[in-house]
Design a binder for this molecule. Structure first.
Ligand code: PLP
Length: 442
């Protein structure tokens, strides 16, 4: 039977990638291949697989058919060449950079980063001799200024929280392409809304734990190779891809992968990093990510619509001094949001309570519908008060530098009915402004 062809995300989320019906049973849903290993047909077949003359399954640390269905579907949705599923978003960001860097090399990264990525770059990669140069993305030229002969990649998030100022993807990708430096985008908070490859990024990574999985059930990550960066042209800059690899019989990845298409980067990540460091996505978690992915475009519509309603509603409330959401921004920040986000402005937002840390804590404690969790991107609405949780170990000064003030509350707006979301916020805001009313409500 022929396969449907489409470039629309709603269709690709259900039909994109390698899986159609399972060939033995006809099963329509992607089966969970809960196996560690795969029977070789004979010794010659095994030798061909290990020699990369034929692609096929060897061992689930390195590949698995359920993961393959997720990988090929994600690559189709992003407009990329191929993808690699990993055990977490953290593994995806670590591998995306480690695949290009050796000791003595550097990464130029946006300052606006998830805290886990910041730690990875500022501390852990540093331990292995890889330096990260953090630059302010307000001026894209900061990336050029920080680049030298040992710069291996640029790194940024499309919609970083808490500032929620959209990254200038096209501007920085263009600088990188002039200098031979690929841009890696963490697109976790803007799936479907933004396709960074359309703006010149070379690599996209996701924490699938968030909107893609969408139901708060499984940790996971993925790296997608755009297949649009000429690694061989900039030979000296990418020794991991252009020089003989002693761990694989001297293979030069840009040469060895030519028959497979422009996939040197992602094949090297699978055959070397995943083989050696081991952070595979479990088949069951790949299945859960696929379940989420299939309805992601539809859920994003509701996430976006609800969030824009909430942002506008909060902006007019007494006791709320500031609301941070791209829909309410002006000037260059709004221009970037409109240039890079389609179909809405994302479901993350922040707001500031006039009553400071105490009001923030009272607000959180009064919520009935919203869950109080350290997560984002769930179908359910979520809230957290960073000053008393995620950022409580930082000094007030460092909290302020990262965009967190004492009365700051972060929301991840879910897909419930908007009236129920607003009603919960209304009663929690009332409790925040009046300690006595909060007590009476208990
Ligand atoms: N990138 C972003 C933007 C995130 O928000 C997170 C987690 O919160 C990660 C990466 C790391 O993902 P994971 O928790 O799946 O390891």
């Amino acid at each position: 039977m022929s396969r449907p062809t489409s470039t629309n995300p709603e269709t690709l989320a259900l039909h994109g990638g390698s899986h159609r019906a399972e060939t033995t049973t006809g099963a329509v849903a992607v089966p969970i291949y809960q196996t560690t290993s795969y029977q070789f047909q004979d010794t010659a077949h095994a030798a061909r697989l290990f020699g990369l003359q034929e692609m096929g399954n060897i061992y689930t640390r390195i590949m698995n058919p359920t993961c393959d269905a997720l990988e090929t579907r994600l690559a189709a949705m992003e407009g990329g060449a191929a993808a690699l599923a990993l055990g977490s978003g953290q593994a995806a960001s670590a591998f995306s950079v480690m695949n290009l860097c050796e000791a003595g090399d550097n990464v130029v990264s946006s300052t606006d980063l998830y805290g886990g990525t910041w730690n990875l770059f500022a501390n852990t990669l540093k331990q292995f001799g890889v330096e990260t140069r953090f630059v302010d993305p307000a001026d894209p030229e900061n990336f050029r200024r920080a680049t030298d002969a040992r710069t291996r990649c640029y790194y940024a998030e499309t919609l970083p929280n808490p500032k929620l100022q959209v990254f200038p993807i096209g501007e920085v990708a263009t600088i990188g392409r002039e200098l031979g430096v690929p841009l890696i985008m963490d697109n976790t908070a803007a799936p479907v809304m933004c396709r960074p490859f359309d703006h010149g990024a070379a690599v996209v990574m996701y924490s699938t734990t968030k909107w893609i999985g969408g139901h708060g059930t499984a940790i996971g990550g993925a790296v997608i190779d755009g297949g649009n960066f000429d690694w061989a042209k900039w030979g000296d800059r990418f020794p991991t891809l252009n020089k003989p690899d002693p761990s694989y019989h001297g293979a030069v990845w840009t040469e060895a992968t030519k028959p497979m298409g422009p996939v040197a980067y992602i094949v090297r990540m699978r055959t070397c990093l995943l083989r050696d460091m081991g952070a595979p996505l479990a088949p069951f978690n790949a299945f859960l990510a696929i379940q989420g992915l299939e309805t992601l475009p539809l859920r994003m519509e509701r996430h976006n619509a609800n969030a824009t309603r909430v942002a506008g509603w909060l902006a007019g409330r007494e006791g709320v001094t500031k609301v941070i959401h791209p829909s309410l921004m002006q000037g260059e920040a709004k221009r970037r949001a409109d240039a890079y986000l389609k179909g809405g402005y994302g479901s993350l937002m922040g707001f500031e309570l006039a009553g400071g840390a105490e009001a923030g804590a009272r607000f959180i404690d009064a919520l009935k519908l919203f869950y109080h969790v350290a997560n984002i991107g769930d179908a359910r609405s979520l809230a957290i008060h960073p000053a008393t949780t995620t950022h409580s170990q930082l000094s007030l000064e460092d909290q302020a530098l990262s965009g967190v003030t004492p009365g700051y509350v972060r929301l991840s707006i879910g897909i419930e009915h908007i009236d129920d979301i607003l009603a919960d916020l209304e009663q929690a805001l009332a409790a925040a402004s009046s300690p006595a009313r909060a007590k009476a409500a208990e």
